[in-house]
Design a protein around this ligand. Sequence first.
Ligand SMILES: [Zn+2]
Length: 97
Amino acid sequence: MLVRLTNAFVRLAQEVKAQLSKEAGAAKKAQEDFRDVPPLSEWEACVQCSFCSKWRPCGTTEAPKLMGADAGFACKMVGFSCNQEQRYTSQEIDAAF
Ligand SMILES: [Zn+2]
């Protein structure tokens, strides 16, 4: 009985491990799909993410649309991830606009 239980635990642990590495792989893949933050000099306009509060560059024509989104603006709407660094400080961004 004890042996069977142990085997079940081992199997469960292996399944969890396999699942975790699968998720890690998927997360890595997703991360590669995100855009790099362009140099500040190339930012036309920027919008602030409702989720992570980071500023993200966008085109001047898309800015009003993005800011007016019902659920607020999210990094992924312009191809970025909330996990990405803002890259520039809010002061630097302020100074650029
Ligand atoms: Zn965000």
